[in-house]
Design a binder for this molecule. Structure first.
Ligand code: GLN
Length: 469
């Protein structure tokens, strides 16, 4: 059983001075996975090439080329391509798809000699907030197995929370890193859009998708972010490093959108924990002021127009001919119908149908064009707000980790999970979820901080202060 959790730095030091070997470290995590994964279902697959990875990493220590990430066990979300491994996005559609190349994050991690332990369960194609939409069974929350671990990166969160990896990578299109982090008592960070490459990330809603770290400490998230946030010529929206300009100097003023928070049928225990968090930030020298974000209250509505539209476009390629599961049929249409009907689960189909409707000739202007217009207004709202404050704080999720099955029949209730998370994706700004106390029944609560574009570091600095790291 590993140490309640290890940090990257202490593990690196132990590996460097030889008090720990990569083999012994990895074996600790593998033992936990063997014991707990059959019940938790965090991992869909533990890779069979771990032995080679371990010896490569140990060699890097032995010949002095090790970096901070060398030998560190990482859990990968099942939508990130790793050459020679299945990447299924937890969908029947891609169940037997084997990646023919490394996505950029996998490539960088391999260059560092990090140990890619396996691929973790997720909501199918990253649509969902509970990891119940996976085609391969639900993932349980290791902190209370009757409850969900959040989603869509629920497997990545559960892998960490059960002690089956030291760090993990998730993707966040509308909260999928931050909400599961909050549900599993972890740090989860969605970086500024365009900082970590999406090359080799199975696309869901491309203008919103962002890979980011899930960790036990803010410092670990920072180390992982720094290693991965490089410009990538393979990715059109990857921002050149010289354009990643941070201009804020003060970094001490935090805005709280009181009206947005109070409107939302927030769990009273979450509100209490939130107030305690604000007090804690005050004692650390942060100034807390009320702000108004009237447009961001509509971010979720905007999201559920733009996201399905992009989904219907991105997932059109899985037609049984070019990509994905292929079923026989007598006509081309029958091939499409059977392949897509069998390959995609219910939630994915719901979004694709919505998206096709939204983008159709008669409704494009009324829905898609309007949502795009509101999106730029939300971006402006944040720009203006960040002239007054350096960060914005909200709870991460309006409710505590819920019991499995509770929201499956009510998609709108499920969608509300991301009420506070989605504005950051709409505006492309960085946001972090920090462990911020527990409810009376012991369930974890998350605090979300958002910062201006390219001010990712500000979140790490504040997060470390907040958690006393
Ligand atoms: N829960 C949201 C959805 O279902 C967000 C998912 C995500 O961030 N990948 O779309």
């Amino acid at each position: 059983m590993p140490h309640p959790f290890r940090t990257i730095e202490e593990t690196h030091n132990a590996l460097k001075n030889g008090t720990l070997t990569v083999r012994a470290l990895v074996d600790e995590y593998l033992a936990v996975i063997t014991e707990k994964n059959p019940d938790i279902n965090a991992y869909l697959e533990v890779f069979t090439d771990i032995d080679e990875q371990v010896s490569r990493a140990q060699t890097m220590f032995d010949n002095g080329t090790a970096t901070m990430l060398t030998g560190i066990p990482v859990a990968m979300k099942d939508n990130m391509l790793i050459k020679g491994h299945v990447a299924s996005a937890s969908s029947k559609m891609l169940e037997s798809y084997v990646a023919s190349y490394d996505g950029t994050v996998a490539r960088i991690l391999k260059e560092h000699g990090a140990i890619l332990i396996g691929r973790t369960n997720m909501d199918e194609f990253a649509m969902g907030s509970s990891t119940e939409n996976s085609a391969f069974g639900r993932t349980k929350n290791p902190l209370d197995t009757s409850r969900v671990p959040g989603g869509s990166s629920g497997g990545a969160a559960a892998a960490l929370a059960m002690g089956g990896a030291l760090i993990s990578l998730g993707s966040d299109t509308g909260g999928s890193i931050r909400q599961p982090a909050a549900f599993c008592d972890l740090v989860g960070m969605k970086p500024t859009y365009g900082t970590i490459s999406r090359h080799g990330l199975i696309a869901m809603a491309s203008s919103l998708d962002q890979i980011g770290p899930m960790t036990h400490t803010v410092r670990d998230a920072e180390i992982l972010f720094e290693a991965l946030s490089v410009h990538d010529p393979m990715e059109a929206t990857s921002v050149p490093v010289e354009k990643r300009i941070s201009t804020h100097t003060e970094k001490k003023k935090i805005g709280v959108p009181r009206k947005m928070i109070s409107q939302e049928g927030l769990d009273p225990e979450i509100l209490t924990a939130f107030e305690i968090s604000l007090d804690k930030l005050k004692t650390q020298g942060y100034e807390i002021v009320d702000v108004d974000m009237p447009l961001s209250e509509h971010a979720l509505a905007v999201y559920y127009i733009l996201q399905p539209a992009e989904v219907s476009s991105n997932l059109a390629r899985f037609d049984g001919i070019r990509f994905g599961l292929s079923e026989d049929g007598n006509t081309l249409l029958e091939v499409y119908e059977k392949s897509r009907g069998k390959g995609f689960g219910k939630e994915v189909r719901r979004r694709m149908i919505l998206g096709a409707y939204i983008l159709s000739h008669g409704y494009y202007d009324a829905y898609y064009a309007k949502a795009l217009a509101v999106r730029s207004m939300i971006e402006k709202e944040f720009e203006t707000l960040f002239e007054q404050v350096d960060m914005i704080a909200t709870p991460t999720s309006p409710f505590l980790p819920f019991v499995a099955g509770e929201k499956v029949a009510d998609p709108l209730a499920m969608y509300m999970s991301d009420f506070f998370a989605v504005p950051a994706n709409i505006a492309g700004i960085p946001a972090i979820s920090l462990p911020a106390g527990h409810a009376k029944n012991g369930l974890p609560i998350g605090l979300q901080l958002m910062a201006p574009l390219f001010e990712d570091k500000m979140l790490f600095t504040c997060g470390k202060a907040f958690l006393g790291e």
